[in-house]
Every structure is written in structure tokens, then in C-alpha cells.
Design a protein. Structure first.
Ligand SMILES: Cc1ncc(COP(=O)(O)O)c(C=O)c1O
Length: 424
């Protein structure tokens, strides 16, 4: 289907046929949901042995009684797990509670209220703002929005954020004090940053505001679908550029074990860690070390962790294949949309023709298929071109996903044809 060059009569014919198909689907009273990137029950079952794994032995390998208070940095065995995931030395890792998003929120608060490593607190700047590669992760944007930190968008490319734009913006504006990055299997585009991108990001600290921090949210560090995709190490790049303070890294086991009951990690330079610990020390006496020990027992070595992630990949692979098959079959050689084929992570990002995304989402919802709200992948929920839709294949069973995708492609076609007819 190429609608740009189609005559009015052809478009009207398509609209009629698509409308009939759509009405038939609406009668099926579907109730399907491909909104959030949640692991499926099958994936959660992979980690059910966490329950009972301690078997009454609450001592960490270093002798710590994990049931008691204290140990704000987390137990060493959990910090080692975080170090394996982020590929950094364990001394630079803190293991925390169940959510890396909480850690990111607190890190932004630390910068905002107190400043990192002796720098001016962001609240005392004239107009503090964050750079936000788009499309991006809605919850990153919510943190900034809630704290009143302005957001400036930078387009994502196939190799990461548009680095020419990033550098130009940072050189022109010393009020930019943060940047969100999901460097591997980016949410939602699935892109992994290239080594040139990582290297250029590591150099930003040379000319940015000294309080500037990259929030390196490596949520999908080990979530490869087939062979391992290598992400260049930002810590090493920053160290060789003498900008180690400009990077804060985050990860968690949320999409490794039980999504709501995992362990989160932050890794940073010694000065940044000192700032984080200072803020934390007023907030908590220590994290849930018992859960940290459960995780350390489940993954005593990197080998077990890798084997476990292969099992996730086996469950996820057919689901991604299903989504991509629908898109390939319906939209290859069409002018109805564009997408990337991710090699891991949790999402497929689809761009409709300009001005069609919200209508596709509305039509799908009326037909019983819930999609992520239009604009969710942009700051303030506003996608200026109204094109981006994030598809999350992980949660529904394969048959449901297959049905949901049939509805989705039909809605893309119908919305696109109607829009084109309106514009004639
Ligand atoms: C990029 C990204 N970061 C963080 C999270 C949430 O992580 P956590 O469960 O550790 O808070 C998600 C979950 O979807 C995500 O996609």
C-alpha cells in the first residue's frame, strides 16, 4: 500500500474495505493490552526458586547477617552482581532496593537539592534543564516534570542520540545539567549506542556545566535476544577523558528475576557515590539485604546469570518475531510507517505517518487493544509530529499478541488512509 501516490478513488475504496474489516473486529469484544514492558508470567516463573533459596541461612559470604540493620552500600555479593551487569569495579557499585527508577529519582533529587561532588545544587541555577533523547522512556521525563526541571529534546538516530545536536546544545547552554540515556536496546527504539556515540558522550564533561551528569540507565544491559550486542563501556571512556564524575550508571534485576522484587544498582565515581550516600544516610538505615542475598545465591557467578537470560530470550524471541512479522508483511515497501528490528530489550518502536499515531491508538482501543498512550515517549506527553507508538510484546501470551498486532496493522492502515483523504 502506497498512499502518497494513490488516487482519491483508490483511497476511498481502501477506506471502505478497511472500515468493514474494522467493524467486524470490533464485534469480537477483544480486551488485549500491549502497553507496558512487563515480563510475562512465564518469565517470572524462571526466578521462583528465589523463594526459599536462603533455607534459613541468612549469612552473606562475608559473614554479614542480612536480617539486621545497616550496610547502606548493600552486601558485597550483590554489589558484585551489579558490577557484572554494568561491567564496572564492585567498589563503585551500591546495591539498593527493588527499583532503579527510585535510585534515579533520588539521584536527580541529590543533584537538585545538594549538588553532586561539591557543585552548585541545580535548584540554585537560573534555568536547570535536562537533555532528553526522543522517543524515550516516559518515567524519566516524569521525574523532571515533577521537579520542575525543563526538558529539551534531541532526536534519536540509529547509533544513539544525535551527537552533533547534543554537543551544540551543551556548548550553547550552561544550564543543561543532565541527560537521560538508555544506551542498550533503548526504550523504545531498541537502538544500542555506537562506540563513537559513547566516546562523544564521555567527552561532554569537558565543556558542560561542572554539575552536568549523564543518567546512564542501562536497564537492558543483559537483555539480548540472540547473540550478545556489545555496548562500549562509558566508565572506561569517561576515565580516559578525565570526566568520570559526569556519569551515573543504573541497572536492576527487575527484568531478570521478579520485576517488583528485584535488586537495583547505581554505579559512579567515588565523589558522586559520596554525594549519593550522604543523601541516603538521612533517608534509610540500609537496603533489603535479605533480598540481595537471595539474588546473590541465585546467581553466584556470571555464568548462571547468562544462562538465566538465555531462558528469558527463548520466551521473548517468538513474541518479537510475531510483532516484526506483522509489520514486515503489512508495511514493507509501503509508506505507512517505519520501525527498527531490535536485537534485545523490551520494545518495538513504530512511527506512523505524521499526525496518525493518536488516531491509531484511539481506533485500537475501540477495537479492544490497548496501546501505550500517544505522546508517552516524549516529554510532557507531547509528540510534536504525532507519529511514535511503543509496542511492548513481552506480557501477553503469543496468541493474544498475534491478534493484537492484526488489529494494530489494520488501525494503522485505516487511520493513514483517512488522514490522506482529509488532506486531498
Ligand atoms: C529504561 C528503563 N529504565 C528503568 C525501568 C524501571 O526499572 P526498575 O524496575 O529497576 O525501577 C524501565 C522499566 O520499564 C525501563 O524501561
Amino acid at each position: 500500500m502506497r498512499i502518497e501516490t494513490a488516487q482519491r478513488e483508490q483511497l476511498q475504496q481502501w477506506e471502505k474495505e478497511l472500515e468493514q474489516q474494522y467493524q467486524r473486529i470490533c464485534q469480537h469484544n477483544l480486551s488485549l493490552d500491549i502497553t507496558r514492558g512487563k515480563p510475562s508470567a512465564d518469565q517470572l516463573h524462571l526466578s521462583d526458586s528465589l523463594d526459599g533459596i536462603l533455607n534459613g541461612d541468612y549469612r552473606a559470604p562475608d559473614g554479614t547477617d542480612t536480617r539486621n540493620y545497616g550496610g547502606m552500600e548493600g552486601i558485597a555479593a550483590a554489589r558484585e552482581l551489579g558490577a557484572d551487569i554494568l561491567q564496572v569495579p564492585f567498589e563503585e557499585v551500591l546495591a539498593g532496593g527493588n527499583s532503579s527508577l527510585t535510585m534515579m529519582y533520588h539521584a536527580v533529587l541529590t543533584g537538585y537539592l545538594f549538588g553532586f561532588a561539591g557543585n552548585t545544587p541545580w535548584k540554585d541555577l537560573r534555568a536547570p534543564k535536562f537533555l532528553c533523547p526522543v522517543p524515550g522512556y516516559d518515567r524519566h521525563f516524569s521525574i523532571c516534570e515533577q521537579l520542575g526541571i525543563a526538558m529539551e529534546t534531541v532526536p534519536m538516530t540509529a547509533t544513539g542520540p544525535d551527537m552533533d545536536a547534543v554537543e551544540e546544545m551543551l556548548r550553547a547552554d550552561d544550564q543543561i545539567i543532565g541527560m537521560w540515556c538508555v544506551p542498550k536496546f533503548s526504550n523504545p527504539t531498541g537502538v544500542t549506542y555506537s562506540s563513537d556515540t559513547v566516546d562523544r558522550l564521555a567527552q561532554l564533561g569537558k565543556f558542560a556545566n561542572p554539575g552536568f551528569r549523564i543518567f546512564w540507565d542501562n536497564a537492558y544491559a543483559i537483555h539480548d535476544l540472540d547473540q550478545q550486542v556489545k555496548l562500549p563501556n562509558i566508565r572506561d571512556a569517561a576515565l580516559s577523558n578525565e570526566t568520570a564524575d559526569s556519569v551515573l550508571q543504573f541497572a536492576s534485576t527487575s527484568k531478570v528475576t521478579h520485576a517488583g522484587a528485584g535488586v537495583a544498582f547505581v554505579s559512579a565515581s567515588p565523589d558522586n557515590l559520596a554525594s549519593i550516600k550522604k543523601q541516603m544516610s538521612a533517608m534509610t538505615i540500609g537496603p533489603d539485604k535479605v533480598n540481595q542475598l537471595r539474588h546473590a545465591r541465585l546467581f553466584p557467578e556470571l555464568t548462571q546469570l547468562k544462562e538465566h537470560m538465555h531462558k528469558h530470550a527463548e520466551i521473548l524471541r517468538p513474541k518479537f518475531a510475531c510483532v516484526l512479522e506483522h509489520l514486515d508483511k503489512n508495511f514493507t515497501d509501503s509508506d505507512l510507517g517505519e520501525w527498527e528490528s531490535p536485537e534485545g530489550g523490551y520494545f518495538v518502536s513504530f512511527n506512523t505517518r505524521p499526525g496518525c499515531a493518536s488516531e491509531v491508538i484511539r481506533l485500537s482501543a475501540e477495537a479492544g487493544v490497548k496501546l501505550t498512550p500517544a505522546g508517552a515517549t516524549f516529554p510532557y506527553g507531547k509528540d510534536p509530529e504525532d507519529t511514535n507508538i511503543r509496542i511492548a510484546p513481552s506480557f501477553p501470551p503469543l496468541e493474544e499478541l498475534d491478534t493484537a498486532m492484526s488489529v494494530f496493522v489494520l488501525c494503522v492502515k485505516l487511520a493513514s488512509v483517512r488522514k490522506q483523504l482529509q488532506s486531498l
